[in-house]
Design a protein. Sequence first.
Length: 391
Amino acid sequence: MLPPVVEPALPVDALAPPRVFLHAPETLARHKLRWNADRQHPEPALSRLFDDARKALHERPFSVTEKSATPPSGDKHDYLSLAPYAWPDPGKPDGLPYLNRDGEVNPERDSIPDHQYFSRLAALTETLGLAYFFTDDESYARHAALLLRTFFVDPATRMNPNLKFAQGVRGKEDGRPAGIIDTVPIARLVDGVGLLRGGKSLSKQDQESLDDWFRDYLSWLRDSDHGRKEGQSKNNHGTWYDVQVVSLALATGQVDLAREVLEFSHKRRIGREIEPDGRQPEELRRSRSWHYAVYNLQAFVALANLGDRIGVDLWRYQTPDGRSIRKAIEWLIPFALDKQVWPAPNIDGIKVEELWPVVREAADRLHDARLLEAASSLGEKADDRLPLFLE
């Protein structure tokens, strides 16, 4: 009898799941094992990740203090942005106050770069953090730490932990509760920081400063008038608010708070935003109804993945009358496959590539062959990073 084949030993630290919450830590660890076993043939997703990470090394540090506009507070450390759908009133000489044109983005918004900077920082931190996790190349961690220190830590350039002046409407209000949607990428940023922890480049002092910022921003989200009002929203704004609160709570060790929000989401989000047949009425009222229906589902997917970290099962939760994340996904699929006509206003059209990642991830999390078949029918148009979430 031939002796059994013995696989070569791999470093113990390659087995250790990273400190992440939106990503599935054990899955990332398994991908790293495969990468370590055969570095000459990386998975396509890893090849794309490494390409992105090398490009990210050339990104200069940036901060909210660079903007030319000054917030009403007089402090450029305060985040500032304009409501994307607010336009000058053509009937007024000065155009004030601005009027809402739902779904039509006013390019004037980009004259203030804070919203672009925040999203970019989150994406760069996640990319560099993942590349560092897989390769242990300290150059990725060093650059990510520099970007993070500039944006959140350095007294000369740090952002104040509030969104009092987010999505202001000229002539009407300096900032709105709805502006809190601007920091949705913070869940990805939290994971990026988690991937850097324990390395040489993100010092203990850096980590403590970032934790303090996360903790202060979480307090502002929960205690400010803007935050409380946004938390009461009955559409994607409310769902994404929960994602931010839970992610920050987990990042700062407030597990009981995270669990409380997730368990309350059973009734407050799934039970109120999704109909028994899977429709999302608040999103279907929008001029970009397809986009917002999928966007809200993306938030539910994020919440469900965060729930997995602490044993709160949103993926399989169903109200007594049948409302669930799965039902909302299943309701959208026939429209993406051109089997039904979309029943709501929709200036953007049906974008299958927006739904594909949601269906594919749900199929994986729920071990559902029907959803996997639907994802195959929709076509592989997912975000390049999606395979790192899955087996």
